[in-house]
Write a protein that binds this ligand. Sequence first.
Ligand code: GLC
Ligand code: GLC
Length: 657
Amino acid sequence: MYEQVSHALLNDILDDLSHQVVREDLRHFYTRLGANFYAIHSLFEHLYGHREDFKEQITKLTERLARAYIDRPESLRSIDMEREENHNWFLSQEWTGMALYLDGFAGNLQGLTKRLSYLQELGVNMVHVMPILRCPQGASDGGYAVSDFRNIDPRAGSVDDISELTESMHKRGMLLTLDVVVNHTSNEHEWAQKACAGDKTYQDFYYVFPNRDVPDMFEETMPEIFPETAPGNFTWNEEMQKWVMTVFNNYQWDLNYSNPAVFIEMVDIVLFWANHGADVLRLDAVAFLWKKIGTTSQNEREAHLILQLLKDCCQVVAPGVLFIAEAIVAPSEIIKYFGEDAVIAKECEIAYNATFMALLWDAVATKNAKLLNQGIKSLPHKLDRATWLNYVRCHDDIGLGFDDADIRACDYDPYAHRHFLIKWFTGAFEGSPAHGRPFGVNPKTGDARISGALASLAGLEAALEANDQEAIDHAVSLILTMHGMIMSFGGIPLIWYGDEIGTLNDSSFLDDASKAGDTRWIHRPRIDWRRAERRLQQGTVEQRLFDGLKRMIAVRQSTPAFADFNNRELVDVSNPHLFVFLRTHPTMQTSSVLAAANFDANPQYLDLDELSHRGIFRYGLLQDIMTGDSPAIFNNRVIIPPFHFYWLANQRARSML
Ligand code: GLC
Ligand code: GLC
């Protein structure tokens, strides 16, 4: 958009810049800057316009963008151009992700480069390497307390190793996802250290207070994120003799985005990793970016404006790079991280689908899909050109962040229902085979979350211990069914490393003082590669899971109806144990796929008469595209075995897919 004030300012800045960088070809940079500058200027003015140094700050921001563009390697610039041409590339069904801790999966970056063939064997082509930037030796929240945003932790390797990894990944057609921890730094970060030494400029990078007056006001409305290990949201710092805001652990200092210098530094860091070859950047804890007295200091409007500004800036320099929003918040809030009042994503193109994840677990515990159906029905409509990251487990706990109204609509009491789920997954409920642990228990509010490996939560651990073959079969089926749902829902499925071979809880974290208080470590395993070898041995649990997932990924890739163009329709069926949705093919209706999962321990039927109005599926010709078999049908009812799922398509249409 053309607007005089910002345009005049841009002319000034560019005049200045052209004296500094005469020889570089900045053509693409200028066009993109021209397109986005009005938005950048308005957002920056909205956030920082009241400051006397506003012009100086926006000039600095623009200069940093130009520098980052100049630094962007030619090979990445051409990827940007390719992705500009084919801008829906990430909505395709071709992508399947895996997230992993480097040390637990492969030791270090060089080790990961050697293990890429294992990921390729499975079909994974998007790898999220959990935080690898320099962090403290002891407790570091699994790397989410960063002490140097521009250096790789020596335990992981070097910046050269990253270049080697990205090169090898790009050759194999794989995408690299890296974290940028935008909300906070470690107390060992240079900025925090300077703040401790009394440097006012760096104290302004954080929320620092001389006494409890302001902290107490904040505490009135801010919830506690880690009530057991890090109660409260502020930490007393002896050196400064001041309180500092620490929403997560007491060694994670919250950055103060009301200071433009913080924003500019963080844009620079985002672009630094974009220029080092990251295809996707996971922005951690984005809901927390803006703090306001009298609120929970989550999901504030300004947090969204900061993300929009970050996106607008990144588009100027590295338009091919995508953002993932990690905002584990209420369903109605999550959706806003794609950007509101827009058609295409203007904040983050991808967001964690924490709602779907938690709802899947609800179906597991209740053995019915009532809340799952209700919750998905209430999930607000997603923008075009924005997509979900669908997952069953990740490095974090499972939060029961359902909408209370949805729980009530299923005739459950919200408090009692959540309580039941905690009991179920920690194995305290009669008949539950789950071996999870509570996390984030807050006696003041009665809240709790759940830790545990997928296989242990889904009953595989208990079944193996009891050597109960039927229970083993059920657990294997359930694990595959949960993945069948995230693979076909629409969005990018993200597998948690180790789940592909049924890795169980690992309690060794209890021996490490820096981890023992945080049960999330129980599901952050060290891969036992000898066990992984068993994937090659017919009939083992590892083989059934690995090959099941491998087949699913392959089928997903060849099924255009699984691409994410908002082409999903929930199907209301009368059987409460079933979760059923239709994925329509973008152009060929008859190539649609019906996904149907049974969360019950008994076979259940799907009444085809209830689907008849769709007229897409012709009875008797249905085929499960996972196996190529026709499902058992009795009296127009498809029989779905216990804990099983089908991807049903028209047999004839299959050949035309
Ligand atoms: C994110 C991470 C989580 C971490 C928190 C604080 O939510 O996923 O593991 O504890 O941020 O950095
Ligand atoms: C809270 C935060 C989320 C974080 C998690 C860690 O749910 O909202 O960002 O990952 O805590 O347990």
